[in-house]
Design a binder for this molecule. Sequence first.
Ligand SMILES: Cc1cc2nc3c(=O)[nH]c(=O)nc-3n(C[C@H](O)[C@H](O)[C@H](O)COP(=O)(O)OP(=O)(O)OC[C@H]3O[C@@H](n4cnc5c(N)ncnc54)[C@H](O)[C@@H]3O)c2cc1C
Length: 478
Amino acid sequence: MSGPAVATRPEDPRVSRALADAVGRPFWTDRPEVDLGPGEPPARGQQTTDLLVVGAGFTGLWAAHLALDDDPDRDVLVVDGSGPGDGASGRNGGFCDASVTHGAPNGVARWPGEYPDLHRIGLEHLDALVDHLGRLGVDAHWAPVGELTTAAEDWQLRDLEEVAALHAELGDDVELLDGPGARARVDSPTFVGGLLRRTGVGTLDPGRLVDGLRRSLLARGGRLADHTPVTSLHRAGAAVRADGPGVSITAHQVLLATNAFRGLLAPVRRAVVPVYDHVLVTEPLGRDRLDALGWTGREGLADSANQFHYARLTPDDRLLWGGYDAIYRFGGPTGPSVERNEATERLLCAQLLDTFPQLDGVRISHTWGGPIATTTRFCLTAGTRWDRRVGWCVGYTGLGVGASRFGAATALDLLAGRRTERTELGLVRTAPVPWPPEPLRWAGISLTRRAIARADRRHGRRGPWLRLLDALGLGFDS
Ligand SMILES: Cc1cc2nc3c(=O)[nH]c(=O)nc-3n(C[C@H](O)[C@H](O)[C@H](O)COP(=O)(O)OP(=O)(O)OC[C@H]3O[C@@H](n4cnc5c(N)ncnc54)[C@H](O)[C@@H]3O)c2cc1C
């Protein structure tokens, strides 16, 4: 399952056949049960609101709900340049992890003293998220199925042993599996072992989550405006003015939930880079193929190469397969022009067929890409400016499905000037090292990507560049 073992070439006719009918849209928002409809009308002219939320992904939608929980009389307006879920929130794998630090190893490496608290807070937060969905009546098909991280080479097994020991020390339910043990859970000839984590991780349906949060927000009086890009922010006395084409919104406070998209304030712009990650979804697999996979536990699946894949079954028994390439383009463009990448889609398809040869002949129904907001610490960053008139939480890297609600709550705490357990965390009190400006940014990321691919080819051995970044606590990941 790791990168180098592509026996099926991307130019193989089997890859062309598999991809022949694929549509280039995110599967999650392309189903009758997720009806985002024509959307809400854009905001136009002069507007006022108590709280303006910019971005209608998970962070923005959760922030609006949490703000209304705090004060139901508050006017909350959520605007999006496109529509709810058109960013990463409608395009992800739907792994929902308790971690707010992009995994325990990353969290422990950066905040060793604080990590037991971060771990507990993450687990408590996941419970709160599930409970909140229940109160809102949102059925996002949350399934606490756990995660199986597989190894395809011996060096990856050694890494998994370390990760297992860390989770065990934190009190998580983890189990190391040998080759037959891993293959008994999901059958792939590439698996030589695995780590099953049952605590604090499962899958959900991102399309249903975004649609459910959107509907329940409207039902409780929150306002949404689609196709309303904000292009600039200005201080306006004790308020903030947010301007966009044909609209000017004066708000008491503004919460930026723009994640990988170009930040509206310099500290946000410098904190994240948009890295494009690509995903394939198959047609529904049918009984025979499901039996051949043997994936009865429906665990989320990830491999442990540096360039890694993730895979899961969808509620209607398709296989979702994504990851591996993490593409940063010079200047960090976002949007439709960079959401498709035929070379990456073909490579992913070849790797899927190598990992699961029993899927030979399967058709891919959907392919898409989405922006991952990567920070130099690989996890969220929150802050405020202008005397707490503007706040933000962005940069979840590849693990924001669960953490985005935590980020929304943190940004609201900061805007309110509340001291909470969240705001006292080093994770929140300090900011990641900013990305350098272009062209250094592009050069550094390109060098790092090549070094990561090289490490995978050399049985995980990290070269001098990666070792330097490790020593500085910096890096690049999806
Ligand atoms: C392919 C892929 C797979 C992933 N898989 C997983 C996974 O399995 N598990 C996991 O935990 N995480 C995963 N992630 C990450 C996760 O999806 C994100 O961290 C999470 O969705 C972030 O939510 P958000 O609301 O902060 O950002 P987004 O969902 O990106 O929302 C930001 C919104 O802001 C809007 N916007 C931006 N700028 C402006 C502006 N100036 N004016 C108006 N609107 C603006 C955008 O249109 C967008 O809708 C994945 C991401 C991708 C791309």
